[in-house]
Design a protein around this ligand. Structure first.
Ligand code: PLP
Length: 401
């Protein structure tokens, strides 16, 4: 169970899930790498038997440092329980394959994180799980996509890479009213500092901890947060049988990163606002999508649903993207031209529409038109770090010409 002592998010980020170690009186979380533990009473051999035993037995079921991170995440999201996995994609795979079976139907956004989009397109159908893709900003299209066997609606907001924001409360209400059991939200871009999807009616939240929550670009991880009864079952199947659990070392690093999440998110937002306004006014830039700007098509939803607009944005340029990208690789001094996001370092990369269509989305004509509406021939995905906004602006000004 997560702690709920009425703490604000800044206090929870530091203290939730942590306790002074009774054995050593250590104030900071201990890193416990042991994979097995010597029980004080006789337990059965299977993970199912361990469930009735309060302590730790084997690392694939649960272990102390990972558990501290899980408890912190549950508290930050206002959920009952969290489970950590080796990566964000491992968390998504655990949730989808732990909850759905052959014959079930999943509704997914028509553009979302590539790893999950490719899992849905290339792998799930092989196991008899049907998938439909919808524009989450078209509630009628979502309603029409729901079938009697639809067991899960997957949301991602703001979405990678389109920056589209969807209305979690409205979509969760619609899905549940139409009999969909699970509404899952990939909230990696928003973080619990901006949005708490469980409070808006979602059943599960998924994070890539590799991004903002870890925040330092030095550890991969993922998590699912939700109700204890659902996550206890998921623990027995997904953690124990799929096996993609988090290393205690990564949990320790991410635990350390999570303590500063609220103040980092404030710094990300401050620098991102400055950069977004600069880009919007720059003659070489044709479009900017940042949920904090009035020009964002879902700015009204973002204002309602996000307490922090985060550090993610996309922009498009008048000159061909690959040409500017080549210049960025050579000339950027502060921002790293690299994939990933949510780190304290600013990161930028070019995502060409033809490339991502071929590798991942393979949209039909109508969906492609909607994708191009946000992405044109491609977007620069910029993850604004916690550097000074003026230094980032100077870096970008040089390569934009
Ligand atoms: C990166 C990312 C993931 C996948 O996380 P990994 O830790 O890289 O496996 C999932 N969703 C979103 C929105 C992401 O940005």
């Amino acid at each position: 169970m997560s702690e709920n002592k009425g703490w604000r998010s800044e206090t929870m980020a530091v203290h939730a899930g942590e306790a002074i170690d009774p054995a050593t009186l250590a104030s900071s979380p201990n890193l416990v790498m042991s994979v097995n533990f010597a029980p004080e009473t006789l337990t059965g051999f299977s993970a199912r038997d361990e469930k009735d035993y309060g302590g730790f037995v084997y690392g694939r079921v649960s272990s102390p440092t990972v558990k501290q991170l899980e408890d912190k995440l549950a508290a930050l999201e206002g959920g009952e329980m969290a489970l950590a996995f080796a990566s964000g994609v491992a968390a998504a795979h655990a949730l989808i394959c732990g909850r759905l079976s052959a014959g079930d139907h999943l509704v997914l956004p028509e553009a979302n994180y590539v790893g999950i989009a490719e899992l849905a397109r290339d792998t799930l159908p092989r196991f008899g799980i049907a998938v439909s893709y919808v524009d989450l900003n078209d509630l009628q299209a979502v309603a029409d996509a729901i079938r009697p066997n639809t067991r899960m609606l997957w949301l991602e907001t703001p979405a990678n890479p389109t920056m589209k924001v969807c209305d979690i409360a409205a979509l969760a209400e619609l899905a549940h009213r139409k009999g969909v059991r699970d509404v899952a939200v990939d909230s990696t871009y928003a973080t619990p500092i901006a949005t708490q999807p469980l409070r808006l009616g979602a059943d599960f939240v998924i994070h890539s901890l590799t991004k903002y929550i870890g925040g330092h670009g030095d550890a991969m991880g993922g998590a699912v947060i939700g109700r204890s009864k659902d996550l206890d079952a998921l623990n027995l199947e997904a953690s124990v049988h799929f096996g993609g659990v988090m290393s205690p070392f990564n949990a320790w690093l991410i635990l350390r990163g999570a303590g500063t999440l609220p103040i980092r998110m404030r710094a990300h937002q401050e620098a991102a606002f400055a950069v977004a306004k600069f880009l919007e006014a720059h003659p070489a830039v044709t479009r900017v999508f940042y949920p904090g700007l009035a020009s964002h098509p879902q700015h009204e939803i973002a204002k309602r649903q996000m307490r922090n607009f985060s550090g993610m944005m996309t922009f498009q340029t008048r000159a061909p993207g690959p040409q500017i990208a080549a210049r960025m690789i050579r000339e950027l001094e502060v921002i790293h031209y690299a994939v990933s996001l949510g780190h304290l370092r600013s990161l930028i990369c070019w995502i060409g529409t033809d490339d991502i269509q071929q590798s991942t989305f393979r949209h039909d004509a109508a969906a492609l038109a909607r994708y191009r509406d946000f992405a044109g021939d491609g977007v620069f995905r910029l993850s604004v770090g916690i550097e000074n906004g003026e230094d980032l602006i100077a870096d970008l000004a040089r390569v934009l010409g």
